[in-house]
Design a protein around this ligand. Structure first.
Ligand SMILES: [Fe+2]
Ligand SMILES: [Fe+2]
Length: 243
């Protein structure tokens, strides 16, 4: 296979061509397709004049933040080691991730009736589309050129493992690169996933303990804010993605 044949988008290639289901390429594409379906549903609700349900948006956020966190912890450091252009290429994607973090933070703070909310949501989805394109059309095909199938499968397993224990919410202040990114993982994962449990509890109890739960949720969110601002969590940050 020539270089020009291999250096093409992974979007329409077969799973076998991507190195099997467990390869980082196939895992990434499967997640991107899931994201696409969730966003299409939310966009359809908007187009019909409705407001996407908070639960649907939480599902998008959870998918996006665990996915991106594991990319920054596992995939991008590997890309920087393997590709001569790895640093500027991953920085470009990290800048998109940073924008998504900031947009979702603004969305979380806005109310459902906020007139600017729709535009904010559409911009978030547009950056996510862009992120997927850069990864599927540029980063991942280049990685396939440089790394063998075994290494791509190994990266796939590492990425999957980290994704399962990653923070689930926007954290625009912490570093997008190790070591700060790695250090922040454990405390933010515990805090985010506790907040997710509270939210589930609130849905199950039909809002009976809403006040107490929202007080707890605010305390956990404040804890995450404190963790984010600890100086070690910002180590490794590039000025382009700093806040
Ligand atoms: Fe991705
Ligand atoms: Fe990404």
């Amino acid at each position: 296979m020539t270089v020009s044949e291999t250096h093409r988008s992974i979007a329409h290639r077969t799973v076998a061509e991507l190195g099997g289901r467990t390869s980082i390429l196939a895992r990434q594409r499967a997640d991107h397709e899931r994201l696409d379906r969730l966003m299409a549903r939310a966009r359809a609700t908007e187009a019909a004049g409705g407001r996407p349900h908070a639960q649907a948006l939480r599902a998008v956020a959870r998918l996006v933040f665990t996915h991106a966190f594991a990319e920054e912890a596992v995939l991008f450091p590997a890309a920087r080691r393997a590709l001569p252009e790895g640093d500027p290429l991953t920085l470009r994607i990290e800048t998109d991730h940073q924008e998504v973090d900031e947009l979702v933070t603004r969305l979380d703070r806005s109310s459902a009736e906020d007139p600017g909310r729709s535009a904010l949501l559409e911009r978030t989805f547009a950056v996510l589309d862009e992120d997927v394109r850069t990864e599927e059309d540029e980063l991942l095909p280049r990685l396939q050129q440089e790394l063998g199938p075994r290494r791509l499968r190994m990266l796939g397993w590492q990425w999957e493992l980290v994704r399962r224990i990653s923070p689930t919410r926007a954290h625009p202040v912490v570093s997008r690169r190790p070591p700060g990114q790695t250090l922040s993982a454990l405390p933010l994962t515990v805090l985010d996933r506790s907040r997710d449990r509270l939210q589930q509890l609130d849905e199950v109890t039909g809002g009976v303990a809403e006040k107490a739960l929202s007080r707890l949720d605010r305390a956990l969110a404040a804890g995450a804010g404190t963790v984010e601002r600890l100086p070690p969590m910002r180590r490794g940050e590039r000025p382009e993605t700093g806040r």
